[in-house]
Design a protein around this ligand. Structure first.
Ligand code: B12
Length: 342
């Protein structure tokens, strides 16, 4: 009989994870499903291409599913400033820490293949779920960490900076207990969130989260959100940056992308060609979520407008004549902002 201990030892040794837990494959509760479907609907309103409005249970992936294995992959690459980030080469834009980093994704894929092969060699089926399977809920049941007020799963070793990897199997493994710990009276993330998206603790109001606008939203960014975006161009990390559980984490240097990708100078980036976009971002992380150079350039225009750097005006004036209407209108807004007219 395969034991939880044996599976965990295999994952620790072959996937280098220190944070591993096992939950039962019971279906999700109806009230959780309702909340998640509501989030999926909001995501769809940002991007009609996201057409998944169904929450999958473990059984949808593996017939006779009995256990869900969750493990964490360190994705902490350091903290990058999202204000006052101008140097001699002009303003820099913050992407910073981002879990959709191609190195981490590739690593996760290879780990999934290893775990699947291992379980197969013991006579068990297994699959990794895709979007629509709420991984945090099973990770919390499996004791990977506690539910933080920033809505992320927080572990004492990896903080909230880890990607969740999930494997569903028909092996009946002994489940773990939920983890102890919590945020206590701390409200750092709630108070630091630039848009107030965490004012209901343990819940992210998705259509307030800056990431929703930078990464999912394919239309004009609402005027009220633009000032709050600062120089962020593809991500917001504030709710993790200020979390006391994220102090003194070990940087994942092996998978870190170069600084000119995650903390780039904005003026040359605004002028990038399609090929440069594909090479630098398309495959590395944004292809998955931003879905095109025009959305990154839209975000860069907003960041340049917020940078206060008038040297950005010539490149914004060119962008204001761009063939893409989103790039044009956001560049026009940024010009007005830099000229102090807004
Ligand atoms: C959709 C999504 C988003 C959306 C919506 C976020 C959200 N909170 O739902 C957006 C684009 C905003 C987003 C952003 C980020 N995401 Co995201 N996201 C997802 C995704 C694909 C689905 C999550 C989901 O189902 N949300 C629906 C909502 C309703 O679910 P929920 O938050 O779990 O809601 C529960 C709570 O509200 C809870 N609840 C309600 N009231 C109360 C009260 C109490 C007391 C308690 C305890 C609970 C509770 O009940 C709800 C249902 O059970 C998952 C991957 C996956 N397939 O699971 C990654 C995932 C959650 N994201 C992740 C990450 C890393 C991020 C970012 C940090 C990205 C970044 N900067 O790199 C930010 C964090 C923003 C934030 N603070 O929420 C990681 C989290 C890892 C971790 N350690 O927890 C995941 C698991 C991806 C992964 N595989 O690693 N994300």
């Amino acid at each position: 009989m395969l034991t939880s201990q044996e599976v965990k030892a295999f994952i620790a040794e072959n996937c280098g994870s220190q944070v591993i837990g096992i939950a039962s494959a019971a279906p999700f509760r109806d009230e959780d499903k309702k909340r998640i479907v509501a989030t999926l609907k909001i995501l769809k309103s940002a991007n009609p291409a996201m057409d998944n409005e169904y929450v999958f249970d473990p059984e949808d992936f593996v017939d006779g599913a009995k256990s869900v294995i969750s493990f964490g992959i360190n994705n902490f690459f350091g903290i990058y400033p999202s204000a006052d980030s101008t140097d001699n080469n002009g303003p820099r834009g913050a992407i910073g820490n981002f879990y959709l980093n191609e190195n981490v994704l590739n690593k996760a894929m290879s780990y999934f293949a290893l775990v699947k092969e291992y379980l197969g060699s013991q006579g068990f089926k297994s699959e990794t779920p895709f979007a629509g399977f709420p991984q945090k809920i099973k990770a919390l049941e499996a004791g990977l960490g506690f539910h933080g007020k920033n809505t992320l799963v927080i572990d004492t070793k990896l903080g909230s900076w880890f990607s969740l990897a999930t494997v569903i199997t028909d092996a009946a493994l002994e489940p773990d207990e939920p983890a102890q710990g919590g945020c206590g009276t701390c409200r750092h993330c709630i108070e630091a969130c630039p848009t107030g998206a965490l004012t209901t603790p343990y819940t992210t109001q998705v259509d307030k989260c800056i990431i929703y606008y930078l990464c999912h939203w394919k239309k004009e960014i609402p005027l009220a959100v633009r000032d709050q975006i600062g120089v962020r161009i593809g991500n917001c990390t504030v709710c993790s940056d200020v979390c006391p559980h994220n102090k003194n984490l070990m940087v994942n240097a092996e998978d870190k992308l170069p600084d000119d990708v995650i903390y780039p100078h904005l003026i040359p980036l605004m002028n990038m060609t399609d090929d440069e976009y594909e090479e630098k971002y398309g495959a590395k992380m944004f292809g998955f979520i931003i879905g095109g150079r025009q959305y990154l350039r839209r975000n860069i225009a907003v960041a340049l407008g917020n940078s206060g750097c008038r040297e950005a005006l010539p490149s914004l004036e060119t962008a204001a004549r761009d063939e893409d209407p989103l790039v044009r209108s956001h560049a026009a807004w940024a010009i007005e902002k830099l000229k102090g007219r807004l």
